[in-house]
Design a protein around this ligand. Structure first.
Ligand SMILES: Nc1ncnc2c1ncn2[C@@H]1O[C@H](COP(=O)(O)OP(=O)(O)OP(=O)(O)O)[C@@H](O)[C@H]1O
Length: 265
């Protein structure tokens, strides 16, 4: 691709044989006079790991928050499985099968893993006003998520403040899995993690893909996206300036795209 092409807003759908899970069509988002997203068009295919990368202020969080139901676009539309959707709140996105794991993880440090995974949606037993939390089911379902689905042998009664950074990320991912989502949005999933913890999180993200989830990663980390993504979208000043297969770019090219919106500076 030449540099002129890279400066235009690009609509590059991936392989037409895959089915499109999420379509972002000409989405703009303004905050007063600030244009955070300036006509972004993008398809995310079912079961792919799509990484969104860009510099500070490029619009990554804004797009993520639109897909998560935190913000509504000023213009343009979002479709899920080819149906237009209007999310008025994060609960709407959740009901539609999109779960977001935010960078701050929002874990309750002094609670154990099952309490964190099922906080706000505990399985219950009993009838009517006499319904109480079903702790046996809560533990069983947490075990199924953490031990079986995520393949991590952590003692479930551990308070999460004592877990490693990677394990804390896994618990937050586990909480998203408790809602049985189709799409998982991961906000900076390895920021501030050690190499071992990063590897653990990468393994986990690959497992989620192998289970059939569609994954959107929002990241600053070029290493993360080159290692994990099926496709990488680069946002620059609110525009999607490129969508590429990781095998078609190196660190320098991606860096140039991030800082200048062009493949060659
Ligand atoms: N709620 C808001 N109110 C006003 N301006 C906002 C709001 N959210 C984002 N912006 C602005 O929109 C632009 C895009 O911000 P956004 O947070 O989406 O970028 P980003 O790529 O996620 O950056 P970072 O990597 O620093 O988080 C920035 O200029 C930002 O200041």
């Amino acid at each position: 691709m030449d540099t002129n092409e890279a400066t235009e807003t690009i609509d590059r759908s991936s392989d037409a044989s895959g089915s499109t899970k999420i379509s972002v069509e000409n989405v703009r988002k303004r905050f007063g006079r600030i244009v955070a997203l300036d006509g972004v068009t993008l398809d995310i295919q079912e079961n792919e790991i799509f990484a969104l990368i860009g510099d500070n202020g490029a619009g990554k969080s804004t797009l993520m928050n639109i897909l998560s139901g935190v913000y509504e676009p000023t213009d343009g539309s979002i479709s899920l499985d080819s149906e237009k959707v209007n999310f008025d709140s994060p609960s709407d996105a959740r009901r539609a099968g999109i779960e977001t794991v935010y960078q701050d993880l929002a874990l309750m440090n002094d609670l154990d893993i099952p309490s964190n995974v099922f906080m706000g949606q505990f399985p219950t037993k009993g009838i009517g006003a006499l319904r109480i939390i079903d702790w046996d089911e809560t533990r069983e379902r947490t075990e199924a998520i953490i031990h079986d689905q995520l393949d991590r042998d952590i003692a479930l009664n551990t308070e999460v403040e004592f877990l490693s950074g990677g394990e804390r990320q896994l618990v937050a991912i586990g909480r998203s899995l408790a809602f049985d989502p189709d799409v998982i949005v991961l906000d900076e999933p390895t920021s501030a993690l050690s190499i071992d913890a990063t590897n653990l999180v990468h393994q986990t993200i690959r497992r989620l893909k192998n289970e059939g989830h569609t994954i959107l990663i929002v990241s600053h980390s070029i290493e993360d996206v080159l290692d994990l993504a099926d496709r990488i979208g680069i946002l620059f000043k609110g525009q999607l300036v490129d969508v590429t297969d990781p095998s078609e770019v190196d660190i320098e090219t991606l860096t140039n795209l991030i800082v200048s919106g062009k493949r060659v500076r």
